[in-house]
Design a protein around this ligand. Structure first.
Ligand code: ZN
Length: 222
């Protein structure tokens, strides 16, 4: 761990912006618990808890899980001891209303977000990244036909498995997903800008290492 103060961080980024990669690196470097609402809801659904069963009903039909369910999951998680010195929230909040609820939740504990980091990637690059993504049916490894192609088209370098494109990675669906993200998240970015905690990292045309060095510059600054 390379820090001496509390880091209460929210990570924002569109699908394809590389949020997952940066989240992994942040939690490893700063020793923060990674609070991914997507993972937690999927885990709860798999474990069959009451909350999990409720969340699953929505996820199965492709609907957004309602605020009350997601906020309940986050509240329970933030009450655990390992978040006392900080956390990295990923996938929450998604709306201004959720952001306000989070602020109230933290304030009740005498805390406030220290950083909101937005990974900004131009839309055309996101479309190229997502629409070019291919996954291995056998081992799950991901490729990109433009940026990270396999040695042989359609075949996994690691295991020889067949590569496929996820249904929601075709270009039209990708553009819809990005439009939904933009509509929800732009007001959120303004909300956090108004609170003086927003930091924007430029992810366009950048390798993960270059993005991460911008992130650490922000989190290491006094
Ligand atoms: Zn494979």
């Amino acid at each position: 761990m390379t820090r001496s103060r509390e880091l209460d961080v929210v990570l924002l980024g569109a699908p394809g912006a590389g949020k997952g990669t940066q989240a992994e690196r942040i939690v490893a470097r700063y020793g923060l618990p990674h609070i991914s609402t997507g993972d937690m809801l999927r885990d709860a659904a798999a474990a069959g808890t009451e909350l999990g069963r409720e969340a699953k009903r929505y996820m199965d039909t492709g609907e957004l899980v309602p605020d009350e369910v997601v906020i309940g999951v986050v509240r329970d998680r933030l009450a655990e001891d390992d978040t006392r010195d900080g956390f990295l929230l990923d996938g929450f909040p998604r709306t201004c209303e959720q952001a306000e609820r989070l602020d109230v939740m933290l304030a009740a504990d005498g805390r406030a977000l220290t950083h909101v980091i937005e990974i900004d990637v131009p839309e055309e690059e996101l479309v190229a990244r997502l629409a070019g993504r291919r996954l291995c049916r056998e081992c799950g490894r991901s490729y990109n036909v433009v940026f990270d192609p396999p040695g042989r088209e359609g075949v996994c370098d690691a295991c020889g498995g067949e590569l496929y494109q996820r249904d929601d990675d075709d270009e039209e669906t990708v553009r819809n997903r990005l439009a939904v993200y933009r509509r929800q998240t732009e007001p959120l970015v303004e909300y956090y800008r108004g609170r003086g905690v927003l930091h924007t990292v430029r992810g366009g045309g950048k390798m993960p290492d270059e993005v991460f060095s911008q992130v650490t510059a922000i989190l290491d600054a006094a």
